[in-house]
Design a protein. Sequence first.
Length: 299
Amino acid sequence: MLRIGIDLGGTKVELVALSANGEELFRKRVPTPKEYAATLDTISALVQGAESVLGQQATVGVGIPGVISPYSGLVKNANSTWLNGQPLDVDLSQRLSREVRVANDANCFAVSEAVDGAASGKDMVFGVILGTGCGAGLAINGKVHRGGNSIAGEWGHNPLPWMHDNEFNSTDCFCGKHDCIETFLSGTGFVRDYKAAGGECNSGIELATKLDNGELLAQAAFERYINRLGRSLAHVINVLDPDVIVLGGGVSNIDAIYPLLPNILTQYVLGGECRTPVIKNRHGSSSGVRGAAWLWGGH
């Protein structure tokens, strides 16, 4: 069975076509139009073009930076704001004359890593994206777990747990709350914290370079970051106790994270015991689009 996945991002729309065993057969990306009707046109054209090249019809899954409300059937919480309030799955299904499955992009990441990625074979996978924002998704037996409100995995918009005195009321989140995990653990939050301590940099990549070079301010910011990450993941383990946690996004490329986390987790997980693996993703920036294709099931 041919599967097509679409990653509908803020700057680009990417398509990948996978064979039944996950082999990549076709890939294409185009700029994201900033208007709803044009987005439908773009996705339809990408799917039809891929199917023309490959000579067969495919299932279609789409990952979006938001969710389909289970109550209204409309997109909500999308930072690509032209999608909000639209019946994206219904409109695409009509355009392509077949059912189109739509899921949050972090959920697609979790599914990708669960099906044939770093967490292959694990029953419950918590997939975390530490990028410009901070999101997460939950895959159970290789399938998205959306939850009754379609917000399962929205871990980034809980408050940072076990807060230190200087962390209270220190950040504002776009969601309207204070001190959300996202404001501390996103790449943006990591840079913000470093600059607040007197450092100078313009991006997470630049900060990672300073860390590699042993700059003291960067090392201090990383020590704060890794402790906050450990606290936040311990909260997840106390609630869900997943079989594995997979990290994605730009911050996941900091290799120093992985040997340090286990000792921090045991300080905060109930009972003082924790051997939950926290691992780096396998598919990198391709994980989301592959996960969209796998919305139609595993091998």
